[in-house]
Design a protein around this ligand. Structure first.
Ligand code: SAM
Length: 196
């Protein structure tokens, strides 16, 4: 199957299963591999619009707290608190922290910077968001907490890998089959901060 056919296949599959995005299957695959969605956890989903990852998270996380954040508004999902704003905004970060009364167990990020037409620049901007997620996680993630974040294979890939290795006991990269249509996209899974 070529890239376009992959995207079409997962788009149709998402529609038939009631998911808002084909990205939902990426989270299903990531969770199959790393098993981070559990009952009673505090979970933050960054870049949550239109809500596919939150739908998957809600199916697996019973009696936990889930926040979805995006610059765009997201249609309601029962049991999920959506915030509209920019992850880079300090005020938004404070709102996130005040919602969770303890540390966060899982931080997901599928954030992608707006495309400019310049692939190399787009890659750098999305990878900067990934670095920001890793930095933020150092302050808020609980013991044995996990971060799963999108990033692109590009010139600053090694910088992110080094940063993650320095701070987490275990790191892995995984490209879901459902991500195959997006050639440079991959995901990093980081587990257990050293500093705790
Ligand atoms: C690929 S989509 C996420 C799809 C989502 N995981 C789903 O399953 O429906 C990427 C999202 O990241 C959001 N985004 C990008 N930069 C952001 C930022 N700085 N703060 C919040 N959201 C951001 C975009 O608005 C976009 O909706």
């Amino acid at each position: 199957m070529d890239n376009k056919s992959y995207q079409d296949h997962f788009f149709k599959k998402a529609k038939s299963q009631g998911y808002r995005s084909r990205s939902a299957f990426k989270l299903i695959e990531l969770n199959k591999k790393f098993k981070f969605l559990k009952n009673r956890i505090n979970l933050l989903d960054l870049g949550s619009s239109p809500g596919g990852w939150c739908q998957v998270a809600k199916e697996k996380v019973k009696n936990g707290k889930i926040i979805g954040l995006d610059k765009k508004a997201v249609d309601k999902i029962k049991g999920i608190n959506f915030l509209k704003g920019d992850f880079l905004d300090e005020k938004i970060r404070s709102s996130i922290l005040s919602y969770f009364d303890s540390r966060i167990d899982v931080i997901l990020s599928d954030m992608a910077a707006d495309t400019t037409g310049n692939k190399s620049l787009d890659c750098i901007r999305t990878n900067q968001l990934c670095l920001q997620v890793l930095e933020f996680s150092k302050k808020v993630l609980g013991k044995n907490g996990a971060v799963i974040s999108k990033l692109f294979m590009g010139e600053d890939f090694e910088e992110i890998k080094l940063n993650a290795k320095k701070n987490f006991k275990k790191i892995n990269f995984f490209k879901p089959i459902s991500s195959r249509g997006e050639s440079r996209e991959t995901y990093i899974h980081c587990l257990g901060l050293y500093t705790l």
